[in-house]
Each structure stands twice: as C-alpha cells, then as structure tokens.
Design a protein around this ligand. Structure first.
Ligand code: ZN
Length: 203
C-alpha cells in the first residue's frame, strides 16, 4: 500500500508557508512504515524541534488503475476519510532550501495518521465538505474542500499518469491553513462535518 500526498492544494496554506502557487499538483509519497498503528500515541521524533500537524481529507482507492480520466475517477474510490500528515517542519525547511527530497521530514515512522472511520463518498458533497482539527479542544484547522485548487477527481487523474493506483492506496489531498506545532501532552481530534474521525495523543 502506498500513501500519495498532495502539497499546496489550498491557497491560504500556500500563503502561510510563503510557497509559490504551483502550476501542477505537488506530489510526494510516504512509505507504509510511516502509518501510526491504531490507538498508538504520536511520538515526537528526536530529530525535530518543530513537528507540525496537517489535517487532510483522505481518499481510499478501491480499484486498480492507470491513466484514469477525470470523468471516470469517481469509479476508483468509494470512501473518504481524514488523517494527519505529520511534518518535521524544521527538517523539511532545511531540505527544501537545498532542493533535496522531503521524505525524511514526512515519511518517518508514525508520520501518517489515518483516521479509523471511513465514510461512503455518496453521503457527502465532496465539493463542499467541512473538516477540522482540534488541539486540546480548540479548533486549529477548519477547512472546506471547495477551496481545493485541484479536486479529488482531478488529483486521481493527475497522479495516475505517474503511479498505478492499487486497491488500498490512500491519497492525502492537502492541508488547509492553520498548520502548527505539536507539543507533548497535546490531544488532536479530527472531524468531517459533525463526525468524529480520530483522536490521538502526542507524546
Ligand atoms: Zn500535507
């Protein structure tokens, strides 16, 4: 199983990190070893002083495909979820400055939280879906998929030009603004509309 992530898919988040607006989606992959085992706490790795949360809507691929056209992309997933793309921002900044790959900053053990609840996509309007992340009970990220630069079906079509999508692959569709640092003792909870999707403790 691979985890395909989209960077810079929400305008406000691009502005907060002072990144340039991309002409094509920014794509990277996290290894399956980065998935945080269910009910484990997130442990801040020793090599970072500045790990950020990034809450993102997830798409679970349920059909093998390559060169999927946007028109048929909806046939390749049935469920959506929510997760966190944990990012060692200090390390990422160093790598970015040198033009080096980000993997160490985003693919370390535990850096991928996949919420345990999945929802049938037909339950929601995917072009107007509210989702949020709370830290210690306070909302820190409040997103809506209508602000995505590339919609889910466009992303599937785009990434499938490069990677064969396999059953069980997960796409992280990018984070809205409000990313921030996690600290020991934090409790992070994620919601899609009014549905609680995950809760994780930080150690
Ligand atoms: Zn991300």
């Amino acid at each position: 199983m691979k985890i395909i992530c989209i960077g810079r898919n929400y305008t406000e988040h691009i502005e907060e990190l002072q990144n340039e607006k991309p002409e094509e989606p920014v794509v990277f992959i996290k290894p399956d070893s980065s998935v945080l085992p269910k009910s484990n706490p997130f442990v801040i790795p020793e090599f970072s002083e500045d790990v950020h949360y990034e809450v993102e809507v997830l798409v679970k691929i349920n059909r093998l495909g390559k060169y999927i056209s946007e028109k048929f992309a909806h046939k390749y997933y049935n469920e959506i979820g929510l997760g966190i793309d944990f990012t060692a921002r200090d390390l990422q900044a160093k790598l970015k400055a040198k033009g080096l790959p980000w993997e160490k900053a985003k693919g370390f053990d535990g850096a991928t939280l996949i919420g345990r609840k999945w929802f049938e996509k037909d339950k929601f309007d995917l072009n107007d879906l509210n989702f949020s992340l709370s830290k210690n009970g306070e909302v820190v990220q409040d997103g809506n998929t209508k602000f995505m630069l590339w919609k889910i079906d466009e992303l599937i079509s785009y990434v499938s030009q490069f990677f064969t999508l396999k059953i069980g692959d997960i796409i992280f569709t990018g984070t809205p603004s409000g990313v921030g640092k996690v600290n020991e003792g934090d409790v992070l909870t994620g919601k899609i509309e009014d549905h609680k999707v995950f809760k994780v403790n930080v150690k």
